[in-house]
Design a protein around this ligand. Structure first.
Ligand code: NAD
Length: 337
């Protein structure tokens, strides 16, 4: 199938070229994001392949449909960046990669927990400057800490399993109770109870209209004073300004985020020679007890290989007229922003 591949980075080209050796699709890589300015590049391509920071609204979908595009292949699990209702209206199929390496994301969440707790980001800089003072680097034992997992699906369950290995007490909040988590002794409870009891709260639920700003001023008022908050899920789960207020008051003791609600304007690009205009984001970076990574939780060689293989297999299935197991159905439209 002829595929217009948007937002292509070097690592994407490498993993997709390797996986395409046995799929034999015709892939044209474009460095640019999919946007109003670039959508015309897709004219004549039956399939397009996009990432989470390529937003597709009704107007752009209409342009794609007019150009002959029939399939949107998301090289991500999340699909909140595509207007599913409009895609159905224009008779376009959407396929995704539901799980490429839940270990990658869970392990990154753990990296944030450990780094924040033991202040690795600060120790790294100190030692390089010949400052071997350990004042201010005091951590706490994870063993015995209470860890609240919000969203106990694939990634949340692996995160819970690793924390269980550290000897943490597991509590959870989800619409469904995961038997794997129950078997580890996780106790499910109301979210307000979880806020009050957790020393560490980690978010692993999707962004939906229900979960938007799940962590807002009201929630922050309920969390155990000084708790650690980790978000490797989606930026919109946290009201960033409320989190900043919580950090200033000490209500939040540590914040580790791999996702940010306005990340589309920042992440995945080298902006080191530019003045960042987002004052909220810049304020976050001033706190010693905050670590921000730029949506890299998924970024392992295993995950890239899985993303490429599943995406191309999805396209092959679509081309062969079969029902693609990874198709995002209109029922999922509730999950769009
Ligand atoms: P999953 O579907 O296996 O699990 C999500 C869980 O969240 C489910 O158990 C579901 O019942 C629960 N849930 C849904 N709405 C909820 C709500 N309002 N409150 C509490 N729980 C709710 O998904 P997953 O594979 O574990 O992925 C979790 C999230 O991780 C994804 O939605 C995605 O946003 C994020 N993610 C981030 C990266 C990254 O690189 N940072 C990579 C992949 C996925």
């Amino acid at each position: 199938m002829k595929i217009a591949f948007f937002n292509a980075k070097t690592y994407d080209r490498n993993s997709f070229k390797a996986a395409n050796e046995h799929h034999q699709h015709e892939i044209i890589f474009f460095e640019s994001h999919l946007s109003y300015e670039t959508v015309s590049l897709a004219a004549g391509f039956a399939a397009i392949c996009i990432f989470i920071n390529d937003y597709l609204n009704a107007e752009m979908l209409e342009t794609l449909a007019k150009g002959g595009t029939k399939l949107i292949a998301l090289r991500s699990a999340g699909f909140n960046h595509v207007d599913l209702v409009a895609a159905a209206k224009f008779d376009m199929a959407i396929v995704r990669v539901p799980a490429y390496s839940p270990y990658a994301v869970a392990e990154h969440a753990i990296a944030l927990v450990l780094s924040l707790n033991r202040k690795i980001h600060r120790a790294y800089n100190r030692v390089r400057e010949g400052n071997f003072s350990i004042e201010g680097l005091l951590g706490f034992d994870l063993h015995g800490a209470t860890v609240g997992v919000i969203g106990t699906g694939r990634i949340g369950a692996i995160f819970a399993q690793i924390m269980h290995g550290f000897g943490c007490k597991l509590i959870g909040y989800d619409i469904y109770q995961n038997p794997t988590c129950l078997a580890m002794g996780m106790e499910y409870m109301q979210i307000s109870e979880l806020f009050a009891m957790s020393d560490i709260i980690s978010l692993h639920c999707p962004l939906t209209p229900d979960s938007h700003y799940l962590i807002n001023a009201e929630a922050i008022a309920k969390i155990k004073t000084g708790a650690m908050l980790i978000n490797t899920s989606r930026g919109g789960l946290i009201d960033t300004q409320a989190a900043i207020n919580g950090l200033k008051s000490g209500a939040i003791g540590y914040l580790g985020i791999d996702v940010y609600e306005q990340e589309a304007d920042l992440f995945f690009e080298d902006l080191s020679n530019e003045v960042i205009q987002d004052d909220t984001f810049q304020r976050l970076l001033t706190f010693p007890n905050v670590i921000v990574t730029g949506h890299q939780a998924f970024f392992t060689s295993h995950a890239l290989a899985n993303i490429a293989e599943t995406t191309l297999a999805n396209i092959t299935e679509f081309e062969q007229g079969g029902n693609c197991v990874n198709e995002v159905k209109i029922e999922n439209a509730i999950a769009t922003k």
